[in-house]
Design a protein around this ligand. Structure first.
Ligand SMILES: Cc1cc2nc3c(=O)[nH]c(=O)nc-3n(C[C@H](O)[C@H](O)[C@H](O)COP(=O)(O)O)c2cc1C
Length: 319
């Protein structure tokens, strides 16, 4: 699948997930078939100010080819000041976050608050496309709330200013992550741009491989962003690829899940020190073992686990 001049190995992407989509998780997702991954949202202001922690979020794992880097900011100003810094990381695409509903972010005018000021996203996309060769994408919601749904108008502003990829999380800001994502709006968005080469990706309520196929079939969108459905379940990528090829897939065995957790731990340990890796893995492991007999004992054990051996021991109660 191509976006602009970039060739991606599949149209199944790992969505940006703050606190999750670090290099270790992206590597696991890529090994299971993700066509590309998106970093978690990175503050354009933090990057412009040379904050090291912010910049660390843009580091690739060894061998990571394509990487979409997501920025957030309230207006064009921090984007003008951070462009040189982000270009040093050689992003495959730069994505602008216009969907984050978190009060700390929206009160600055960034994230989903950007949907209340479409002219601002126009200025940001226009600045980035005029000042670099990196294709720009925008991830947004249906609108601020149901009464002010403006995703079509917003999408046109993005495209008119040069955006090549639009990802719609088909909920409003006021819905947060509750209620159902309205895929009929995703279908409508795809129809709106069907005669253009702008790619439309869908996000929202993709929890199984079957959901992804249904989203592609029902909305005709160009690709899917897997978010919560991929946490603790990177197998969702290979499963969806199997279904796309008309093949059945088998669910991972407990042994395979344990192997994947340990590999994930090893990748974490390559990026972070042992203590951080141990802490960061906890939320992933809780998601990996959900629903497996013995998982409550594992969850009780891993809150005390840090080292790989401690994790291995905690996971033994699954067998
Ligand atoms: C823990 C968490 C962190 C998220 N972080 C980001 C983020 O950094 N940038 C972004 O654009 N969306 C973020 N999202 C939204 C997801 O990318 C996705 O659009 C949303 O979860 C809907 O998809 P789903 O219903 O399949 O999970 C986040 C969602 C969750 C649950």
């Amino acid at each position: 699948m191509n976006i602009d001049k970039i060739n991606f190995r599949s149209n199944l992407f790992l969505a940006p997930l703050a606190g999750y989509t670090d290099g270790a998780f992206r590597r696991i997702a890529t090994e299971h078939g993700a066509g590309c991954c998106v970093t978690e949202m990175v503050s354009a202001e933090g990057l412009a100010r040379g904050n090291d922690k912010t910049a660390d979020l843009l580091e690739r794992f060894e061998g990571e080819k394509e990487l979409i880097m997501q920025l957030f900011g309230p207006d064009v100003d921090p984007f003008t000041r951070c462009l040189d810094s982000i270009l040093k990381y050689n992003p495959t695409m730069i994505d602008i976050n216009c969907g984050c509903p978190v009060p700390k972010v929206v009160k600055t005018g960034a994230g989903s608050a950007m949907m209340r000021n479409p002219e601002k996203i126009g200025q940001i996309v226009s600045f980035l496309t005029k000042n670099s060769d990196v294709p720009v994408s925008v991830k947004f919601r249906l609108g601020w709330d149901l009464a002010s749904e403006n995703y079509l108008e917003f999408a046109h502003v993005c495209v008119d200013n040069g955006a090549k990829l639009l990802t719609l999380h088909a909920r409003t800001r006021s819905q947060g992550y509750s209620g159902k994502a309205d895929w009929s709006k995703l279908k409508r968005l795809k129809e709106e741009f069907s005669n253009t080469d702008v790619k439309i990706f869908g996000s929202g309520d993709v929890f199984t491989a079957e959901d992804a196929i249904r989203m592609l079939d029902e909305t005709h969108c160009d690709g899917v962003m897997f978010a919560r459905g991929a946490i603790g379940n990177p197998f969702i990528f290979s499963q969806t690829l199997s279904l796309l090829e008309g093949k059945e897939y088998s669910r991972p065995t407990t042994a395979e899940i344990v192997r994947t957790i340990l590999t994930h731990y090893d990748y974490m340990a390559e990026i972070f020190d042992e203590k951080t890796a141990g802490h960061e893995m906890r939320k992933h492991v809780c998601a990996y073992v959900k629903g497996i007999p013995g998982s409550s004992r594992v969850k009780a054990e891993i809150v005390k686990s840090v080292t790989r051996d401690e994790y291995l021991k905690a996971l033994e109660s699954l067998k």
